[in-house]
Design a protein around this ligand. Structure first.
Ligand code: DWN
Ligand code: SAH
Length: 406
C-alpha cells in the first residue's frame, strides 16, 4: 500500500518494472560501479484517479547542471512550441504590458517567441546547463525549482502573471500541491495557466509504457488534473488534445468561476469514463499489454541477432531507458544508439550500457535495422531517413504495436 501524492488516500501499485537507473543518466565506464538504481513501480489511486510513481528519486539526482535533454532537438517540437506561443499571444494575453512565466523552460524553445516579441517573460528552469542555452539567447531565466515559495518571491519582484505556462514539466513534479498553491498566488484574477503533458488515455491506448520513468512522477487525465486544482480553488476550463510526444493533453486552468468551462472539457470527462480511466481493471489490462509488448520486442531482437543482423537504436530518448532495461536489451542485440545530442555521445546508456554514438556514425554505415526509440518523432525521422530505407534499411517500431517497416 502507498499513499497518493494528491489525495493522501491509499492505493495499490499495479506494476513494477524492476530496478531502473535514472533515465537521462548517460554515463562513462568509470561511473558504472556507482550507478544508481531504484524500483520503478507505478500505481493508480481509485479515489482521485491519479496514476503515479510509487517512489521517485530526489529531484537533484535528476535535474542538475548536466541534464541530458535539450528541447530543441526536434524540428517538429520547435514548430509546435512556436504555435503554442502564438496561441497564447493571440488568445490569452490581452493586457497592456503582459507578463508570461514558463516553468521547465529548458533551452528556451517556447519562451524565445515571447522574448522576440518584446513580451515580459520569466523562465524557471532548475537544470543549469539547459537554462544557460536560454539565457544565451536573451531569455530571462531563473535557475530554480518552481514551488509555492518561489511563487511568492516572483509576485514580490515582478507582480502577478497573465499566463503561466508549462510543457512536459507538471508531470515531473511530485510536490504538485505546492505548485498549484503557487499558481493560485501568481495568476492575475483573469490570468490563465496553460500546460501540457503526455495523456494517460494515449499511454493506455498505445501501450506506450516507456513514458513511465523516473522523471515522470504522474500520468495525467482530465479527471485527476481537475481533482488536483479544485483543492486550490482553481479549475480546468478547457482541454485541447495535442499530437506530440505520442499524444498529449493541454489543460487551461483559471481561478474558480473566472472563465467559462468549455464543452470540450465536459466531453473529455465523459470520454474518460468510457475509456475506463477510473477503473482498476483498465490498469490490469495495461500491465498485461506491457508484458506482451516486452515479449514481442525481445523475441524479435533475439531472432535478428541469431540471424546475424545489425541492429542500431535510433535516438537515445529518456523513454528508451525503460524499454532497454525492462526488456533486457543488451549491447550484443543493439550495437549502439545514434543520437544528435553532443552531451550523450561517447557515453553509455543507463543500466545496460549500450554505447551512444553520433548521428554521423549512423549515416556513414547503415545497419540492417534501426530500432526507433524516438517513435514519438516517427513522422519527422522517417521523412529525413528516406535514404536509409532506399538503401534497404528497415525500421523496428514497438508503439502502438511491434512492426517492421521496410
Ligand atoms: O518529458 C520529457 C520530454 C519532453 O523530453 C522529458 N522528461 C525528457 C524528454 O524525453 P525524451 O528524451 O524521451 O524526448 P524525445 O524528444 O522523444 O527524444 C529526444 C532525443 O532524441 C534527443 O536525445 C535527441 C534525439 N533525436 C535524434 O537523435 N534524432 C531526436 C530526433 C527528432 C532526431 O531526429
Ligand atoms: N518544456 C520543455 C522541457 C521538458 S523536460 C519541453 O517540453 O521540451 C522537463 C524540464 O522541467 C527539465 O528541463 C527540468 O529541468 C524542468 N523541471 C523539473 N522540475 C521543475 C520544477 N520544479 N520547476 C521548474 N522546472 C522544472
Amino acid at each position: 500500500m502507498s499513499n497518493c501524492l494528491i489525495c493522501a488516500n491509499t492505493y495499490e501499485p499495479f506494476m513494477s518494472f524492476g530496478q531502473m537507473p535514472i533515465a537521462n543518466a548517460f554515463l562513462s565506464p568509470e561511473q558504472f560501479p556507482s550507478e544508481y538504481f531504484f524500483e520503478l513501480q507505478v500505481g493508480f489511486c481509485p479515489t482521485c484517479a491519479m496514476v503515479q510513481l510509487v517512489t521517485q528519486p530526489d529531484r537533484e539526482m535528476i535535474f542538475h547542471e548536466n541534464y541530458a535533454f535539450f528541447s530543441s532537438t526536434s524540428a517538429r517540437m520547435e514548430a509546435h512550441f512556436m504555435e503554442f506561443a502564438d496561441l497564447v499571444i493571440k488568445g490569452y494575453i490581452q493586457s497592456a504590458d503582459p507578463f508570461v512565466i514558463e516553468i521547465g523552460s529548458n533551452d528556451g524553445i517556447m519562451l524565445q517567441h515571447f522574448a522576440n516579441s518584446g513580451i515580459r517573460h520569466l523562465g524557471i528552469e532548475p537544470s543549469a546547463n539547459v537554462a544557460q542555452v536560454a539565457i544565451d539567447k536573451g531569455i530571462q531565466t531563473i535557475t530554480r525549482f518552481f514551488d509555492e515559495q518561489l511563487a511568492r518571491e516572483i509576485v514580490e519582484e515582478y507582480g502577478q502573471a497573465d499566463a503561466f505556462l508549462g510543457a512536459n514539466v507538471m508531470c515531473h513534479i511530485p510536490y504538485l500541491h505546492s505548485v498549484a498553491a503557487g499558481v493560485k498566488i501568481l495568476l492575475k484574477p483573469d490570468g490563465v495557466m496553460i500546460f501540457e503533458d503526455p495523456y494517460l488515455g494515449d499511454i493506455i491506448e498505445k501501450t506506450s509504457y516507456d513514458q513511465i520513468y523516473d522523471e515522470h512522477a504522474f500520468y495525467f487525465s482530465v479527471a485527476s488534473v481537475s481533482y488536483l486544482f479544485e483543492q486550490h480553488d482553481l479549475e480546468v476550463v478547457d482541454v485541447q488534445p495535442q499530437n506530440v510526444h505520442g499524444g498529449s493533453m493541454r489543460y487551461v486552468i483559471a481561478h474558480q468561476g473566472a472563465h467559462p468551462v468549455s464543452s470540450a472539457m465536459v466531453a473529455q470527462h465523459v470520454k474518460e469514463d468510457t475509456l475506463g480511466l477510473r477503473s482498476a481493471e483498465t490498469f490490469d489490462g495495461l500491465r498485461k499489454n506491457i508484458e506482451h509488448s516486452r515479449d514481442a520486442l525481445i523475441n524479435l531482437l533475439r531472432n535478428l541477432k541469431q540471424n546475424g543482423k545489425r541492429v542500431v537504436g535510433y535516438a537515445a530518448t529518456s523513454k528508451s531507458t525503460t524499454v532497454i532495461n525492462y526488456c533486457g536489451i543488451t549491447p550484443d542485440m543493439v550495437e549502439y544508439i545514434s543520437d544528435t545530442t553532443p552531451i550523450k555521445q561517447g557515453k553509455f546508456s543507463p543500466g545496460m550500457h549500450i554505447p551512444v554514438r553520433s548521428y554521423e556514425t549512423f549515416k556513414a554505415n547503415y545497419p540492417d535495422y534501426a530500432l526507433l526509440f524516438g517513435w514519438n518523432h516517427a513522422e519527422e525521422i522517417m521523412a529525413k531517413e528516406q535514404p536509409f530505407r532506399s538503401a534497404g534499411g528497415k525500421w523496428v517500431v514497438y508503439v502502438p504495436k511491434l512492426q517492421i517497416l521496410e
